[in-house]
Structure formats: structure tokens, C-alpha cells
Design a protein around this ligand. Sequence first.
Ligand code: NAP
Length: 287
Amino acid sequence: MQISGHTRLGCLLGSPVAHSISPAMYNESFRLLNLDYVYLCFDTKGKDLKTFVQVLRDMNVFGFNLTMPDKERIMEYLDEIQEAARMIGAANTVKNEGGRLIGCNTDGVGYVRSMQKTGYDFTCGPMSLLGAGGAASSIAVWAALGGVPVLHILNRKNGRSFPNALRLADQINAGTGCRADVIDLNDTKAVHGAISECTLLTNATSVGMAPNTESLPLSDLSCLHPGMTVSDIIYNPRRTRLLCEAEKIGCSTSNGMYMLLYQGEAAFRIWTGMDMPTETIRAKFFD
Ligand code: NAP
């Protein structure tokens, strides 16, 4: 990659960002496609996001990504918001189109694509989703748009995201053909009833993530059944305890690595209008 006077900048904003795999993924893609772009990470901790965004506008960046805690905060500084991002209430990808900043959300796109790549058909049965935070919201909306007939959102009633779970279910019921409801994660009987009828269970909570790798997002796994698919969007560790236990029961499993890859693929297309060399990137950085 040769930096020139014409090189356009893109970046990741949030905190922490130094560990991110995104610079490797995008810069290698730019190099392979001979695009005069470069992608860097900027830690926004303690910084004023509004000022940061104004600077990015002034520098005429091609676009940027957002991670925690900036995905929701960015919404008020955008000129236009894609419908799905509006339903989700957060944007992880922004495109600069002639000076107008357009907010999109590709997290759930990445999740749906990663599951389709395993052969999972979202229209084949009900789905239970653990969590109602940022990532879960995006997955819920894109799974509903992707044809899930019934979606159970499971979150602690006393948790921070419970009001968001209720808002999400309302949005999905009003804006898609999916029937969504919200169940208190502490209501064991209702949780078991929901998961028992599902073909897909997705963990989109942070429970099981390093360093707390012994934790399980469900207190009782007896509702899991052979033949169902259990996926965990956590990618550190790659095999969470939930996935290990589900495998013992005979479920198909998948982790969060490819969600990361395919949300990047979707962002790449939004910025460049081109297909990312996904399989090469996958083999080099994700497998
Ligand atoms: P977030 O907005 O903070 O949401 C966290 C969710 O986890 C909330 O629903 C929260 O519920 C729930 N939760 C936390 N502790 C819990 C507990 N002890 N019991 C039950 N529920 C609990 O975080 P996020 O951005 O959505 O990220 C969630 C996870 O997804 C993280 O592990 C992150 O690394 C991963 N992720 C992966 C990808 C990928 O590409 N693979 C992308 C984004 C995120 P309460 O409201 O009840 O606290």
C-alpha cells in the first residue's frame, strides 16, 4: 500500500479500539483491490464525539465505523439514518456521501450472513435471542427483516436493556412480518417454553466472554434439544461454555468470528460499492 496525496481516510471510533481486527481486514482488502484508501483506529475515550465527527467531515473521510460506546451517541450527529439503523437505535457504519453523513447498521447483517453461510435458514422456525443490548438489537431487526417468523427476546426484567427489549419488539411487530415478544430471563418456565419451540438460540449477551469463561447465560440448559442450532456472538473465547455444553447435547453450534467478518464485508460494500475479497480475508485473519 502506497500512501499518496490522494489517499482517503476511514477509521474506527470507540474505546477501547486498539485490539480491533478491522484495520487488518480493511487495509488488506484495499491493497488487494488497489484502492487508495487507508483505515485507522481512534480511541474516543474522554473526547467530545461531536468535535471528532466535525473533524472527520472536514478531512473528507470516506466513512467510519463505531464501536462501544459510540454506536448510539453518533445518531444525533448524522445527516441521514438508514431505516434499519433507526429501528435499532444505533449505527456502526457511516458513509460520507458528498459531505452528508449517512448512518447504517451492519452488525445484524453480519450475523444473518454468517448463519446463512453455515446453511441456516432463518425462515425455518422460531428464534430465541438472549440479550437486548447494542448487538442484540441489530441482530433482532436484521433477523426479523431476514424472515424469522417468531422472535423471543430474553432479557432480565431488572436489567438495563429491558426497556430496549420492549421497544424493539414493538418496532419489529410494527415494521416487519415477524411476531416478536419479550420474556424475563428469570422466568424459567417461560424461557424453557420459548427455547423448546425454537430452531435457533442466539447468545447476544456478554455472559461467557473472557475472562469470565465459565459463566453461562442460561441457568438451566435442559431446554436445548438435539437438532437445534445454538450460536454465540462472543468471539473471545471462540468456543464459549454455552457452545461446549450445546455440542454435548447434540446441537449445531457457531461462534461470533464470522459475524465480525461479514459486518465488515457489508460496511465495505457501503463505502466502496465493491465486494470485499472476503474469502481471502477470512482465510488470512479469521480461520
Ligand atoms: P451491551 O450493549 O452492553 O449488551 C449486553 C447485554 O448482555 C445486555 O442485554 C445485558 O443485559 C446482557 N447481560 C450482561 N450481563 C448479564 C448477565 N449477568 N446475565 C444476563 N444478561 C446479561 O453489549 P453489546 O455491544 O451488545 O455486546 C454483547 C456481546 O456481543 C459482547 O460479548 C461483545 O463482545 C459481543 N459482540 C460481538 C460482535 C461480533 O461481531 N461477533 C459484535 C458486537 C458485539 P442487562 O440489560 O440485563 O444488563
